[in-house]
Design a protein around this ligand. Structure first.
Ligand code: DP6
Length: 336
């Protein structure tokens, strides 16, 4: 499943739409920070309400490279990160023209949702098709990973397993199960109205945490546990493991040098409420990526009950309810 061979096309413009994903097992720490080769495998689910659409055009008439995100030209450092992927595509395809990249997110930019996963996966597919490259799913996952590690997982449909691999050619994501396999939900509970802090900073100091080594030892068992729970649709097992994982990631961040605190009081309030509600039979489990907002994983039957409770809490700004969805796809709805 999930293998996607792209048809060659003669057009120099292509558009892709791609989801963000929530990590059940987190990528935290890089063995190679240029190529985003991680220390550990990670596991995720795509989020159908958190999408990035990106159009890429190579054109001999473009004098300079332009990158526009949500209506604004990107700052130089972020633009260089995008052009690094464009240059890899130019190298592979032999296309040397100027490029125009236009990208937009359908989720609020202040929602703290990682847009690098959806952004770099969309860029990898749109850029390669625009340059007439035919890449397999594996090759796309590798290309997206070089842009942002978590983007390697968004290429794949449904639930993804990014195997750390040993080098550039062996570090990529593959499917665990398609989106239709399990109707799991992720309610993103937004408690912080600001841009997500960079996770790149966190990766850089991950090894300074005294818990890093212990984590690496425990991770293989937990990762296989999460994959097994997805395959068996064992919700309670999955929930137990993803909460352990989320707490561990944030303890690592808090004990790094310098320490990084992603949580705010809303984060703690939601975690406490989720645990309390579980005691009375309303079952959700929390996980957080590199930010304060809480992803509450639950079954479809509990989404509206949980949502109405979240809406009553003063710390909650808004929520976004997601289902699992396909990975990066081509579309003909170009942005320019
Ligand atoms: C906590 O993929 O954003 O969300 O490779 O530097 O772009 P870069 O990092 P990024 O890291 C994601 C960290 C995380 C966990 C995860 O998604 O696995």
């Amino acid at each position: 499943m999930g293998k996607r061979i792209l048809r060659r096309s003669k057009t120099s413009k292509a558009t892709a739409v791609s989801p963000a994903n929530i990590a059940f097992i987190k990528y935290w720490g890089k063995k190679n920070s240029k190529l985003n080769i991680p220390f550990n495998d990670s596991v995720s689910m795509n989020l159908d309400k958190c999408l990035t659409t990106t159009t890429v055009e190579f054109n001999p008439r473009f004098r300079s490279d332009k990158v526009i995100v949500d209506g604004k030209e990107l700052a130089e450092d972020k633009k260089l990160r995008v052009l690094n992927i464009i240059d890899l595509i130019r190298e592979k395809s032999g296309v040397s023209y100027g490029v125009k990249v236009v990208s937009k997110n359908n989720f609020p930019s202040d929602s703290g949702i990682a847009s690098s996963a959806s952004a770099f996966s969309a860029l990898a597919l749109a850029g390669s098709v625009a340059s007439d490259l035919t890449l397999s799913e594996k090759e796309l996952s590798i290309l997206a990973r070089i842009g942002s590690g978590s983007a390697s997982r968004s290429i794949v449909d449904g639930f993804a397993w990014w195997k750390k691999g040993a080098n550039n050619a062996t570090s990529f994501a593959a499917q665990i199960a398609p989106e239709s396999y399990w109707d799991l939900r992720d309610i993103v509970v937004v408690v912080e109205k600001m841009k997500k802090k960079s996770s790149t900073e966190g990766h850089g100091v991950a090894l300074t945490s005294p818990f890093f080594k212990t984590r690496q030892k425990n991770l293989q068992r937990r990762t296989l546990g999460v994959i097994g729970a997805i395959k068996k649709k064992n919700f309670l097992k999955l929930g137990e493991l993803i909460e352990q994982e989320a707490i561990e990631l944030h303890v690592m961040a808090m004990t790094s040098n310098p320490p990084i605190f992603y949580w705010n009081k809303g984060t703690v309030e939601i975690m406490n409420k989720i645990r309390k509600w579980r005691e009375v039979g309303l079952t959700g489990f929390f996980t957080m990526d590199a930010g304060a907002n809480v992803h509450v994983i639950c079954l479809a039957k509990d989404v509206s009950k949980l949502n109405s409770r979240f809406k009553r809490l003063p710390e909650v700004l808004f929520t976004i309810s997601n289902k699992p969805c396909r990975g990066t796809q081509l579309t003909n709805k170009h942005l320019f």
